[in-house]
Design a protein around this ligand. Structure first.
Ligand SMILES: [Cu+2]
Length: 108
């Protein structure tokens, strides 16, 4: 009986970890999105915390064309963006001008 309880606790812990959204902190600087290339967990809801720290570039939105996502990034203000889980593969993101400034999420 004790064994079963331990097992159940373990299973619920794993399920919780799987459902917990993964968080990514991104800054927009004179160098573009930082990081601009990062690994993302597949099948897990995503939360991005993005702060634009420069006015000197055109990267004033966070767009993810494949997800039809476009969010304004006000200067020096953290924007929290929730995204549904992504399938495995490469997902491009970037500025609103055809990702001229942008990066790639490697969804694994
Ligand atoms: Cu641009």
């Amino acid at each position: 009986m004790k064994m079963i309880i331990v097992l159940m606790a373990l299973v619920s812990t794993v399920a919780f970890a799987k459902d917990k959204p993964a968080e990514y902190t991104v800054a927009v600087t004179d160098n573009g999105f930082e990081p601009s290339n990062f690994k993302v967990q597949a099948g897990v809801p995503l939360t991005f915390k993005i702060t634009r720290k420069t006015n000197a570039t055109c990267a004033r939105e966070f767009t993810v064309p494949s997800q039809k996502l476009k969010v304004d990034l006000p200067l020096n203000k953290e924007v929290v963006i929730k995204m549904a889980a992504l399938p495995k593969g490469e997902v491009k993101f970037g500025c609103a001008m055809d990702l001229m400034i942008g990066g790639v999420m490697n969804v694994q």
